[in-house]
Design a protein around this ligand. Structure first.
Ligand code: NAD
Length: 455
């Protein structure tokens, strides 16, 4: 039986494409093809693998505007974000194209011979991608995996398969051999879960919700399958009284409302030192009200719609009648899954808006008394992905950065992710690290070989 899914533009609610969803037999054949292709890919001279990855980066660069437009219509991303995301795929490919000739082992002093280590590819890697950043997250998995000599089967999210499918075509056109990189659209419970259970898939690189991540980790245990998890977040933006309050307030909306808040790194908790709480909210209000929520294809749009009607209903449930809305921005009416940027203050400790990942444009404000109180509140969550600290005191910035249990922090800035620095979560935000020089460790096994030199 052939199954298809309607791909919908979340800004217009129109069906833009129908995509075939793979069934179990098709997934198994793709995995077998990948396993066969991987052997040849791993045997290629390192310089040749590097050259093909550079060509893949060039192919993505040549199609960057097409990919960006596709993401605007499939995911409702603003055109400026979507251009950045297509460029990120290019840059991640280019960065890891430098890896094949640099997958160094060590030579370790031993008696009676020589001891050397090798970084061996794992085989077939299954990359499972969520709908919130379809392009970058796919490439953070597939680019280092391919560079290390693995084959990749990649499952895009049901709602957002289009850019991944196009990237699959581009890599093939660039010369990545048939079977080495396959994009397999389908349901999580069928395609994604088969990656977990199929013995030829040696590693799962999963990005998505913490609930599904836990199931995947448990499933991987059966074969002691390697797993990297990039999961949810509830990150804190901590503003101390001595900070540049104007800059902190001007940048706070984008830190949570970018991508309509559908960002695992969204600073969705704003912790403000009590002595400047009211002043800070005065500065924040105009910045929120003027946040441009427009047709994502509009060059000046800062925020588009949410991904689906179902997701909008889930976000709206965090802002029921009588919720403490301090102020809110605007959003278009009419078709599209729109939700205005919304600031909740004061938010009761223990409330769902403060503890759960909303994954929408809703910011919860909490006052704090001093440095210790700020650290306590920031760490009062099961998550630990990202966060920001605003202060002019360098010592305090470093003390607080070291004390917050989270994987990627920024001081006087909201940046979390650079393709050449490590990214990943503490606690229930994840396991393992992506990007940067260390990501290759997660796509290789370390092998030790001793060669006797004694007569
Ligand atoms: P999700 O967990 O529902 O789905 C993620 C992917 O897993 C999809 O491709 C889905 O089809 C697949 N899947 C679902 N059930 C599966 C199963 N039983 N077996 C195998 N695969 C299965 O997440 P989502 O709603 O698409 O994405 C939003 C979540 O992703 C948020 O929690 C967000 O914080 C998280 N996220 C984390 C990061 C990070 O780097 N830490 C980045 C982006 C998104």
């Amino acid at each position: 039986m052939t199954t298809t899914t309607d791909v919908v533009n979340p800004a217009t609610e129109e069906v833009i494409e129908q995509v075939h969803l793979l069934g179990p037999e098709e997934v198994d054949s793709a995995i077998e093809r990948a396993a066969a292709a991987q052997r040849g890919w791993a045997r290629l001279a390192p310089g040749e693998r590097a050259r093909l990855l550079r060509r893949a980066a060039e192919a993505v660069d040549g199609a960057a505007e097409e990919l960006a437009r596709l993401e605007v219509s499939n995911a409702g991303h603003t055109i400026s974000n979507a251009r950045f995301e297509a460029g990120n795929v290019r840059d991640v490919l280019a960065y890891y194209s430098g890896a094949p000739e640099r997958l160094f082992g060590r030579q370790i002093p031993v008696a009676g011979g020589i001891d050397v280590t090798f970084r061996e590819p794992l085989g077939v890697v299954g990359v499972i991608v969520p709908w919130n950043f379809p392009m970058p997250i796919a490439s953070w998995g597939f680019a280092p995996a391919l560079a290390a000599g693995n084959a990749v089967v990649l499952k895009p999210a049901e709602l957002t398969p289009l850019t991944a499918i196009r990237i699959g075509e581009l890599l093939l056109e660039a010369g990545i051999p048939e079977g080495v990189f396959q994009v397999l659209p389908g349901k999580g419970s069928i395609v994604g879960w088969r990656f977990v259970t199929h013995p030829l898939v040696r590693k799962i690189c999963f990005t998505g919700s913490t609930d599904v991540g836990k199931k995947i980790m448990a499933g991987c245990a059966d074969q002691v399958k390697r797993v990297t998890l990039e999961l949810g977040g509830k990150s804190a933006n901590v503003v101390f009284a001595d900070a540049d309050l104007e800059r902190a307030a001007a940048s706070a909306p984008a830190a949570v409302f970018d991508n309509a808040g559908q960002d695992c790194c969204a600073r969705s908790r704003l912790l403000i030192e009590a002595s400047v709480h009211d002043r800070f909210l005065e500065l924040l209000e105009p910045a929120v009200r003027s946040f441009r929520v427009l047709d994502p294809a509009d060059e000046s749009s800062q925020m588009g719609p949410l991904i689906s009607a179902q997701h909008r209903a889930a976000v709206a449930a965090f802002v029921p009648e009588g919720a403490p809305v301090a102020f809110a921005g605007t959003a278009p009416s009419g078709p599209g899954y729109w939700f205005p940027p919304t600031v909740l203050a004061p938010v009761a400790p223990g409330s769902a808006a403060l503890s759960e990942e909303i994954f929408g444009p809703v910011l919860s404000v909490v006052p704090f008394e001093d440095e210790a109180d700020a650290i306590r509140i920031a760490n009062d969550t099961n998550y630990g992905l990202s966060g920001s600290i605003w202060t002019r005191d360098v010592g305090k910035a470093l003390r607080v950065a070291r004390a917050i249990d989270t994987g990627a922090l920024s001081v006087n800035s909201h940046s979390s992710v650079r393709y050449w620095t490590p990214f990943g979560g503490f606690k229930q935000s994840g396991l393992g690290r992506e990007l940067g020089p260390d990501a290759l460790d997660g796509f290789t096994e370390l092998k030790n070989v001793f060669i006797a030199t004694d007569d």
